[in-house]
Design a protein around this ligand. Structure first.
Ligand SMILES: O=C(O)CCC(=O)C(=O)O
Length: 302
């Protein structure tokens, strides 16, 4: 009999190559409270300024595009040394941040913002936007406990192996049509990733993933951080300007974030979003006419 695979001992590169994803339990400990507090604090601003993703059933979910490049807490998560080290190992190169997104299905807090995402591969959008190769991945960090009832992230293990599939509009949504997805599901059933706050899933840009609406009362928030290999930066002038590598992301001491969490608990630190940076990024995307099919960008009200 084959012994069960010990998730933590198997070489993450093998796992990532074979399955297209891996999960790290408790990757962030008490630090995760910083992101949760951030959403609680800026709830009304988020609801006012977010982008909306609509699924094929017409249900909307919130997502906020954000590429923190400063001293804010999102950047601190993205630059955590042990995370930068892991994604660099998986991609076999130094990395930089390509995208950041806060995906929120609000539950009872905003019942009209609890929709899902249709099955898709992220690289379909990145390639359309000019990213040359497949050396990019996303780390999805669970800010809330996430399970089937509140619309957790779901993957089709191994579905990264077939390259980019056709993506189209599906009613009000966008993604891979059912007739393409169904045969893949017969070979490898969908896997809802049960995650506790602080767990992290890392998945290839080619992995088919999706999520169902949040039918529960509790919020489900994920921080999506997309890293690109330095060697996979588009040639100058190709794609969104924010896709250009301006230098490798340098990992920041893991203790910095833990220290912020302690300061937060003792009332000496308040995690904040850099709304100015968010607005500037969005204006650049609008000026460059960036729209990958899922999200209509609208200007952020002042
Ligand atoms: O947040 C989710 O449930 C899925 C989001 C997603 O697939 C995406 O942003 O590409």
């Amino acid at each position: 009999m084959t012994p069960p695979v010990d998730e933590d001992r198997e070489d993450p590169r093998h796992q990532f190559r074979r399955d297209g994803y891996l999960v790290r339990r408790g990757f962030f400990a008490e630090e995760i409270e910083l992101l949760s507090a951030l959403i609680d604090r800026d709830r009304s601003l988020l609801l006012e300024r977010e982008d909306i993703t609509v699924d094929s059933r017409g249900a909307a979910a919130s997502n906020l595009g954000y590429l923190g490049k400063g001293d804010d807490v999102v950047t601190a998560f993205a630059a955590t040394a042990r995370l930068v080290k892991l994604v660099s190992e998986l991609l076999g190169d130094q990395v930089y941040l390509l995208k950041g997104r806060l995906n929120i299905k609000w539950g009872n807090d905003a019942p009209d913002r609890r929709g899902g995402w249709d099955p898709h591969q992220d690289r379909a959008a990145w390639a359309k936007e000019g990213l040359p190769g497949d050396a990019a991945l996303t780390a999805a960090i669970a800010i809330d406990d996430s399970g089937v009832e509140n619309g957790t992230l779901e993957v089709i293990p191994g579905s990264h192996a077939g390259g980019i599939l056709e993506h189209t509009s599906i009613d009000s949504g966008y993604g891979i049509r059912d007739e393409i997805v169904r045969p893949l599901l017969e070979r490898s059933p969908r896997l809802p990733l049960d995650m506790a706050a602080g767990d992290m899933a890392i998945f290839s840009g080619d992995l088919i993933h999706f999520s169902k609406p949040n039918l529960g009362s509790r919020r489900r928030a994920l921080l999506f951080l997309t890293y690109n290999a330095v060697g996979n930066s588009p040639p100058e002038g190709v794609g969104p300007s924010r896709y250009q590598c301006t230098g490798p992301l340098l990992g920041r001491d893991d203790r910095t974030l833990a220290e912020c969490a302690r300061e937060f608990r003792s009332g000496h630190y308040t995690p904040e979003l850099d709304w100015g940076a968010i607005q500037r990024e969005r204006e650049i995307d609008i000026a460059e006419d960036i729209n990958s099919g899922w999200t209509d960008l609208t200007s952020t009200p002042g």
